[in-house]
Design a protein around this ligand. Structure first.
Ligand SMILES: [Zn+2]
Length: 429
């Protein structure tokens, strides 16, 4: 730590080749951990990290660069725990999911992923858990590499690479049976193949393993939502055992029913979507410490007409999801922020999920923590991202309005610092 008192210590640190000091004046600060807003704080940033957070009486050394956010609300950079940088919206009018795989070559897909990464960062999302490339192989790990080497701007990426499902358990499908169609995930049958797929993905840099535990869903004659299960418990256990040995975690896409139960019995670390979670399953998630990433937003968009089978399914999914989310809140499950961006076009606001969570009863502060300190903990980055505190990476965002009064303000991020470097500052104009 540099001593107070100005030019001498600054000269010394310069002589030692230490990085320059930047001091952010935060008029109001949500630090990701403290439940209340702190007024008039100074955030000292040196290099990539936060050196200290002090009150406004602290001395600012001469020569330090000062960023004035005294009229702004300052927060830790946000984390979206469920994205797909290699998806480009699934608008049926534009060919839907299939066109993305059948008509877009890998260079076009990489260019679009590059755009997605930049979009995330400019909206204040400094880290993404990107849960599968949808047929683009290990492209997420290469985009991550391009970001880390400074070739393109983008957030920290925790990539899942190809994802795993079973025969009959993933797109592309409904083509002539004699055609060998490309698939958006790696398909396995049996625990041996399951473990091998996990090993291949981990070998090629997967930070997480993503598994599809349900696939198709529909409303049955009794009016209940049914989801086709995919992997067996034995298959999932092989994957979880392998991933945990590498100290990596497993995210399970699971809507409801048999597949969701197998996900929990197989020991998955996070449930993605979880549209219909029973009380017994909520209790099991509490016992096992399972993370819950609900991704509410995509289930409220683009409903098919009400009188069609798809329309009935779409309405059933949203209705059930709301009930499950409220149950999860009451049970204090570990809820993390996730949007399924990519399924939602990357041109749309990534912060839209905040309003959705708050409208279903989550407090704005809880919603912010789901996208900061709590998501960081799930990513094994506790204290490093998702907080504004000594020693953390300097991931700092700011907005003009108060997100505790209107969660929609999180869609208007006007300052972004990522790894100690200013990516945008509209307050300077
Ligand atoms: Zn997804």
């Amino acid at each position: 730590m540099v001593a107070m008192g100005g030019s001498v210590s600054l000269a010394q640190s310069g002589a030692q080749g230490a990085a320059a000091l930047t001091v952010i004046r935060a008029g109001a600060l949500i630090d990701g951990l403290t439940e209340s807003v702190q007024k008039n704080r100074l955030i000292f940033v040196r290099g990539e990290r936060i050196e200290k957070v002090a009150d406004s009486a602290a001395t600012i050394p001469a020569g330090a660069k000062v960023i004035d956010l005294s009229n702004a609300m300052v927060l830790p950079g946000l984390i979206d725990a469920h994205t797909h940088i290699f998806l480009w919206g699934e608008d049926p009018a534009k060919g839907g999911y299939d066109a993305n795989i059948l008509k877009a070559g890998i260079a076009l897909r990489a260019a679009r992923a590059t755009y997605a990464a930049k979009r995330a960062l400019e909206q204040g999302f400094v880290a993404l858990r990107d849960l599968e490339t949808e047929g683009a192989g290990y492209g997420d790990i290469e985009i991550k590499q391009a970001i880390e080497e400074g070739t393109i701007p983008g957030p920290r990426i925790f990539g899942a690479t190809r994802a795993i499902s079973t025969t009959g358990g993933y797109n592309l499908e409904d083509y002539a049976p004699e055609l060998e169609m490309p698939k958006g995930a790696q398909l396995v049958d049996g625990p041996v193949e399951a473990r091998k797929a996990a090993r291949q993905q981990l070998e090629h840099g997967a930070d997480w393993i993503k598994v599809y535990m349900t696939h198709r869903s529909w409303v049955n004659k009794q009016g209940n939502l049914v989801s086709q299960p995919t992997l067996t418990v034995e298959e999932l256990k092989a994957i979880v055992d392998e991933a945990h040995g590498w100290q990596k975690k497993v995210a399970c896409h699971a809507y409801n029913g048999i597949g969701l139960q197998r996900a929990l019995d197989g020991g998955c670390d996070s449930i993605e979507h979880g549209l219909e979670i029973t009380d017994a399953q909520i209790a099991q998630m509490q016992r096992q410490g399972t993370w819950y990433c609900p991704t509410l937003s995509p289930y409220y968009n683009d409903w098919a007409p009400a009188d069609t089978p798809a329309g009935k399914r779409d309405r059933a999914r949203a209705a059930l999801h709301e009930i499950s989310f409220k149950k999860a809140l009451r049970a204090h499950l570990k809820i993390v922020y996730g949007t399924d961006m990519g399924g939602i076009p990357w041109t749309e606001p990534i912060a839209q999920e905040f309003k959705r969570m708050v409208s279903l009863g989550m407090t704005p502060m809880d919603a912010i923590e789901s996208a900061t300190s709590r998501a960081a903990e799930m990513l094994d980055m506790k204290g490093e991202i998702g907080v504004i505190a000594t020693g953390a990476y300097a991931e700092v965002i700011a907005m003009a309005g108060d997100p505790l009064k209107d969660a929609g303000e999180l869609e208007h991020v006007r300052f972004v610092m990522h790894n100690g470097a200013i990516f945008k500052n509209e307050f300077a104009k």
